[in-house]
Design a protein. Structure first.
Length: 206
């Protein structure tokens, strides 16, 4: 039996936000199923053996993860507003941006989780190492963006979405990291992204 496609996600996950933005930009309909993988009653492991969100459930019940696989799938199923170029070189350039932005988010998320552990169990070295990745990643993204309007090429695409989700996650969990002042070009692009309903409607909430 065919069902409506579903996205299993928490409302705070920056990776799920990337998927929600891609689906909205491409006008792909789905049912949002909110599930927090950290909570005792979570069903996420039934859909993804890794126990992580986002998970996309296809009409036939098959599942897709992780966010990079899902967004590539969504871009391929609808011709509306292509977010990944078809040509190999520009396509890989966008996916490299996505890896960089997602990597910043991954490192920041590790810090957030480490800081939630009881103080004696926290490793300051681990936190410093991950924060170093966040700083280096922000610097690299600012340098690569330079004075361009968008991350790659002449149009908004998945690279900009991934960057926006990384910056939005830093705002949400690390308001003390003042990336706007350090990198005005990232700030300008972020403001432009926030004019899009898909970004405004997916701001992380606790
Ligand atoms: N590489 C994955 C990362 C997903 C991820 O780390 N999700 C977090 C929430 S932001 C999660 O579900 N964590 C639960 C866990 O690690 O058990 C993706 O892009 O989808």
């Amino acid at each position: 039996m065919n069902h409506k496609m579903q996205l299993i996600a928490s409302l705070t996950s920056p990776f799920a936000r990337k998927v929600r933005i891609v689906a909205a930009e491409k006008h792909i309909e789905y049912q949002l199923v909110v599930d927090v993988p950290w909570e005792a009653g979570t069903h996420v492991p039934e859909f993804n053996p890794l126990g992580k969100v986002p998970v996309w459930v296809l009409e036939d019940g098959k599942t897709l993860f992780d966010s990079r696989v899902i967004v590539e799938y969504l871009d391929s199923v609808s011709p509306v507003g292509h977010l990944l170029p078809r040509e190999p070189r520009p396509r890989i350039a966008v996916k490299r941006w996505e890896a960089l932005a997602d990597g910043v988010t991954d490192a920041a998320a590790l810090v957030f989780m480490e800081r939630k552990r009881p103080a004696p169990q926290q490793s300051p070295e681990w936190i410093t190492r991950q924060l170093g990745k966040v700083s280096a990643g922000l610097k690299a993204m600012a340098e690569e963006l330079a004075q361009q309007d968008w991350c790659t090429g002449d149009n908004f695409n998945l690279a900009d979405i991934a960057l926006g989700c990384a910056l939005g996650y830093l705002d949400f969990r690390f308001p003390e990291i003042d990336w706007r002042r350090a990198y005005p070009n990232l700030s300008e692009l972020y403001d432009r992204l926030m004019q899009r309903p898909a970004f405004r409607e997916t701001i992380p909430v606790v």
